[in-house]
Design a protein. Structure first.
Length: 106
């Protein structure tokens, strides 16, 4: 599958997804990223820091092989998400993942 920033996929989210170059930096395949976007166990929206005024959507979910992945996307338009980052889930998200695995309640 091409790692082209113009490659667009329809997802179960009801939006199209474009993969920017940063989405390929850590070697996570496009198919695995789509799997996480379609079946994420955790979706967390946060204001991006570092001087940017945008919202990032963090998707945590298992890829087809069972590895937990993080995928970060930003809204492009009403119909598009731009995936900017994908990699195996980092330790900093483990508490959030554990909380969701336990039902997401306090």
């Amino acid at each position: 599958m091409p790692e082209d920033d113009s490659f667009v996929f329809d997802t179960n989210l009801g939006v199209k997804v474009r993969f920017l170059p940063g989405a390929h930096k850590h070697g996570v395949q496009v198919e695995d990223q789509l799997h996480v976007l379609d079946a994420a166990r955790v979706v967390f929206i946060r204001d991006a820091t570092r001087g940017r005024s945008r919202r990032e959507w963090l998707f945590l979910g298992e890829g087809p092989n069972g590895e937990v992945l993080e995928v970060i996307a930003i809204p492009g338009t009403r119909e598009h998400f731009l995936v900017i980052h994908a990699m195996p889930m980092r330790k900093k998200w483990q508490p959030l993942w554990n909380w969701m695995q336990q039902g997401g309640s306090s």
